[in-house]
Design a protein around this ligand. Structure first.
Ligand code: F6P
Length: 533
């Protein structure tokens, strides 16, 4: 890290050490809510309930400027190979570039092919939406599953096509439970795998094929594939006219905008799918043009940097007050943790500040009745990222949505305000006295001053979902640039895969466990002793 950068981090640490009381920032600045928010279109990102004040925000903006994130952004959009460890461009944004403005990759405009594939997907989707097909089973994992699975659930009010199911886990329970509810004669299977080598996906794909043959379906007409490895899809027996390719400049966890979104497109239709893309494109435009504090992805990223790298809070909770965003935390876990969970910088040197945070969460209000206790009164501070729509889709259940919104707002208010000892005493004064009153009151104190942000939008429609996903993608990008890491590789998943392959014959007794550690030998011995099939 350069001396200049070290000074910036030191300054930020000093600013965090002031232990600013968030509530007092509102008392000092009547317009704080407005000035510590960013807006694009109808979407509002409010980060005023954090301890970031004007000085901290200026220092964060200086840090961002010094990282050269804008030049890096332009390099990304221009098709430069910013994924340096894999020598690849990062151009998933081209998949949602609906107007077809040229995007050059090695001197060739990729847009004609991107738009042609999108049109082919639409024709294919329309064909199956109008056919006897009742169920679509998407087989994929990681980026070939989480995006479409998350979005299919998020956009269920827009479903007017066949039912869609997502099988990812190599655990046979997943595919068995899914196929049990499907008729092999009216099911379309989409094998989604960028590499077409992922063991979980290929195992599930072979099982699905055998099931279809056995149950009277026809894999020759009822299987499709999405992959960059066209030789492998052919070897699997999927005819070329049912294969949708994409290029290696689309990372797995950034791929739902293109053919990996085929299952989603079949469920909601090409028009709604395009609206989703349009939302993502709008966020791209905003991220490329909005300056400083007006730039929502930049501010979301800087709030992230403040909480993780400056304040040292280890995790962040993503808390959508939207049942249909139930898979968003899992989706963001891959997006954020696979992208920024790294300890080595782009130049090969060690990262001397924390990497990206642990991301976790559940929809509200369910989480309130589970883990919010720790968020409010545990010893760790967990920044919370709330999100909520002003309106629900269930017009006749408006009172449900009113309660949902009230709960969302109440949580961020409670986290910030807390409850001091005097207020806690007053709560129990009627029931206890003396030492018992003090003891009981102590349990009812909330330290407060716990940071949160809220993202709010009119309705979770396809375009809004597109905006949200692109917002988080850009947040990850900017945080990665500030950390100086490569957000687009994932070497950390390799070792486990290699060892699992080697352990395959060991857990069946075909190979010896001799070279394993004592714990692994014991586990293998237990498995073999108890194995019944
Ligand atoms: O877990 C590693 C990973 O490579 C992810 O990055 C990717 O999304 C997932 O596996 C699935 O890969 P594929 O689409 O090649 O099957």
């Amino acid at each position: 890290m350069t001396t200049g950068a070290t000074d910036m981090w030191d300054k930020l640490k000093d600013l965090a050490a002031r232990e600013t009381r968030i509530e007092s920032l509102f008392a000092e600045d009547q317009t704080r809510a407005q000035s510590f928010s960013a807006q694009t279109g109808d979407m509002l990102f409010d980060y005023s309930k954090t301890a970031i004040d004007a000085a901290a925000r200026d220092a964060l903006l200086d840090l961002a400027a010094a990282s050269g994130w804008e030049e890096r952004r332009d390099a990304m959009f221009s098709g430069a190979p910013i994924n340096e460890t894999e020598g690849r461009a990062v151009l998933h944004t081209a998949l949602r570039n609906l107007d077809g403005d040229p995007v050059l990759q090695d001197g060739t405009d990729v847009m004609p092919e991107v738009l042609a594939v999108l049109d082919r997907m639409a024709r294919f989707a329309d064909q199956f939406r109008a056919s006897k097909i009742t169920d679509v089973v998407n087989i994929g994992i990681g980026g070939s599953d989480l995006g479409p699975a998350m979005a299919a659930r998020a956009l269920s009010p827009y479903h007017d096509g066949p039912r869609v199911h997502f099988v990812s886990n190599v655990d046979g329970a997943h595919i068995a439970d899914t196929l049990r509810g499907c008729d092999a004669r009216t099911t379309l299977v989409i094998v989604a795998s960028k590499t077409f080598t992922t063991i979980e996906t290929m195992t599930n794909a072979r099982t699905a094929k055998a099931w279809m043959v056995d149950q009277g379906g026809d894999p020759a007409t009822q299987f499709a594939a999405v992959s960059t490895a066209l030789d492998k899809t052919e070897a699997f027996g999927i005819p070329a006219d049912r294969v949708f390719g994409f290029e290696d400049w689309v990372g797995g966890r950034y791929s739902m905008w293109g053919p990996i979104g085929l299952s989603l497109m079949i469920a909601i239709g090409p028009k709604a799918f395009r609206a989703f893309l349009r939302g993502g494109q709008e966020m791209d435009r905003h991220m490329r043009s909005a300056k400083g504090t007006d730039n929502m992805p930049l501010m979301l990223a800087l709030v992230g940097i403040w909480h993780r790298q400056v304040c040292d809070y280890a995790s962040r909770a993503v808390l959508p007050y939207d049942e249909r965003l139930g898979r968003l935390p899992a989706y963001l876990q891959q997006l954020e943790m696979e992208s920024n969970g790294k300890s080595v910088r782009m130049d090969g040197t060690r990262l001397d500040i924390p990497s990206g945070p642990i991301v976790w969460g559940e929809p509200g209000t369910n989480g309130q009745h589970a883990f919010y206790q720790l968020i409010h009164q545990g010893t760790d501070v967990i920044p919370c990222e709330f999100m909520v729509a002003a309106n629900g889709h269930e017009a006749d259940l408006g009172h449900h949505h009113d309660l949902l919104v009230a709960n969302c707002f109440a949580q961020s208010e409670a986290l910030m305000r807390g409850r001091d000892l005097d207020a806690a005493r007053a709560k129990v004064a009627d029931s206890f006295e003396g030492a018992e009153l003090e003891r009981q009151a102590a349990h009812r104190v909330f330290a407060g001053n716990r940071p949160s942000t809220t993202l709010i939008y009119p309705l979770l429609d396809p375009a809004t979902l597109g905006q949200i996903i692109a917002l988080y993608e850009h947040r990850v990008f900017i945080e990665g640039v500030i950390l100086g890491i490569n957000s687009y590789d994932q070497w950390g998943v390799e070792l486990g895969k290699e060892l699992a392959t080697a352990l395959g014959p060991v857990v069946t007794g075909e190979a010896s466990a001799e070279d394993k550690d004592g714990s692994t030998r014991q586990l293998v011995a237990y498995r073999l002793a108890h194995r019944t099939s």
